[in-house]
Design a protein around this ligand. Structure first.
Ligand code: PEP
Ligand code: MN
Length: 340
């Protein structure tokens, strides 16, 4: 961290401030006194320092971080890609392109097993399906909750596909662990539910962490940091579109977040083109773009009857449309160093 002091700062003020920084934060301070200004360089772990607190000091002109505030998620300290491995040996990250597919919400045994069988046949390695749904309206379908987890397990038994499903509250962690959920999704709306993130740091289940609706890339990584700091390093980042002024799409897929995240973090990065575009015909081109941008996988909503879906029907692919997309991904994946 670099702190530029105001030109009228006295030597005594400067020395007191440097001593206070060393004392409070356990860093060492290097001082450069120039003709126009004085600069303090903080050496050591500055991650816990609140930059606004420093900036609020009367003698401080500007403050700049030269070190990222995220450590565990930072590629600088972990140059190799992280590959998340499930107990059954399936991996997310590395050479394999991961395909996670299934309905927005689990609705019935027939629906989830039919979709599971179809997406598996097309090449998906994971089944998604929401049992606890974060809906904007409290009057909209809220999910089948615990029963939804049971139905996911029935589909898992029939297909062998591991389950990816969203957890909304700390209160449901034990239920999810008892249900044997393979990958726990933290949805966009909960990306900064810090209590939840902290608790998920204490379990071993991989966490699929979705980017918040208006979260910056650094904020996403800081949320990953919450989970990792607790000891759970199995975090998968997910770009799912952010809110912009463009009303044509549900969200704007921030495609540049994919290569940026891959560059600055070692965690696997997947893309959700369904919630990004919000329109079924946009899913395929956005998915292809994600593959080209370097994504490690895709999470895609598929419904056996989108017109009748209880949530997100407009953006859901039919199983036939998913077949088409999976075939194209399979064909294109080797061009981008992936296999499917
Ligand atoms: C979902 O996956 O169905 C979902 C609600 O996603 P997001 O949190 O990205 O909106
Ligand atoms: Mn959805």
């Amino acid at each position: 961290m670099i702190i530029v002091l105001k030109p009228d700062c006295t030597e005594e003020q400067r020395n007191d401030f440097a001593a206070e920084l060393e004392d409070t934060y356990g860093v060492s301070v290097n001082t450069w006194v120039g003709a126009q200004s004085t600069v303090l360089g903080l050496i050591g772990d500055t991650a816990c320092i609140d930059i606004d607190n420093i900036a609020a000091n009367d003698i401080v002109e500007t403050v700049k971080r030269v070190q990222e505030p995220y450590k565990k998620a930072n590629r600088k300290f972990h140059p190799d890609d992280t590959i998340v491995t499930l107990p059954n040996g399936l991996q997310i990250g590395g050479k394999q392109l991961s395909l996670i597919a299934g309905p927005c919400s689990v609705e019935s045994e027939e629906q989830i097993t039919e979709v599971a069988q179809r997406v598996q046949k097309a090449g998906a390695q994971f089944l998604r399906g929401g049992a606890f749904k974060p809906r904007t309206s409290p009057y909209a379908f809220q999910g089948l909750k615990a029963q939804g987890l049971d139905l996911l397990n029935i589909a898992k038994k029939k297909t062998g596909l591991p389950i990816v499903t969203e957890l909304m509250s700390v209160r449901q962690i034990d239920l999810f662990l008892d249900a044997g959920v393979d990958v726990i999704q933290v949805g966009a709306r909960n990306m900064q539910n810090f209590d939840l993130l902290r608790e998920l740091g204490h379990i071993k289940t991989p966490i699929l962490l979705k980017r918040g609706l208006s979260a910056t890339i650094e904020e996403l990584l800081m949320s990953a940091e919450y989970i990792m700091a607790g000891g759970n390093e199995n975090v998968i980042l997910c770009e799912r579109g952010i809110r912009t002024y463009e009303p044509f799409t549900r969200n704007t897929l921030d495609i540049s977040a994919v290569p940026i995240l891959k560059r600055i973090s070692h965690l696997p990065v997947i893309v959700d083109p369904s919630h990004a575009g919000g329109i079924s015909w946009l899913v395929e081109p956005l998915a292809m773009a994600a593959l080209a941008a370097g994504a490690d996988g895709l999470i895609i909503e598929v419904h056996n009857n989108p017109k009748k879906a209880l949530s997100d029907g407009a953006q859901s692919l039919t199983p036939d449309q998913f077949d088409h997309l999976a075939a194209r991904l399979k064909q294109a994946a080797p061009l981008f160093g992936k296999t499917l």
